[in-house]
Design a protein around this ligand. Sequence first.
Ligand code: HEC
Length: 138
Amino acid sequence: MKKLLILIVFPVSTLIFSYAFAQTTEHIHKPHPHKHKQYAKVKNPVPMTEESIAKGKRLYEKHCVSCHGESGRGSEKTDLTDELWIHGDTDGEIFHVITDGTKGPAPMKGFKKELTKEMRWHLVNYIKSLKKTEENGE
Ligand code: HEC
């Protein structure tokens, strides 16, 4: 009887444990594309004007170029011009990455403290412009 109890209790507690663990590490995910629905809904309050893109570019050159490269291509993981948006492709999701950073095998820190909200939206506009103009060829 004891054996049977162990047989039942052990798998059940393992299940509960892994569930609790999954809860606390909710944001740590493997680098596969996913959506952040709650952020995708956030609207960009800054219109994508040339002025905004120019401001974003200046900020980008100061804060982001070291990892994402001059043209935004960076490395495979930090390419901002490709079709692959690991953390979602909407303005709101890009804003969220810049604000809070990411957690993962190769995380990025957030810029909440360093950059104002408006600055972060200019960056979103600049990053989006990289893709649109296809300035960087290929
Ligand atoms: C210290 C290096 C570093 C700096 C500086 C940095 N990033 Fe990142 N960034 C990364 C890495 C690494 C990733 C991939 C992280 C991941 O997938 O979890 C990333 C991912 C991103 C993504 C998500 C791309 C996707 O596919 O979803 C965006 C958007 C982004 N960065 C924008 C910026 C902006 C804008 C700045 C400047 C304000 C910046 N980053 C500064 C390292 C950096």
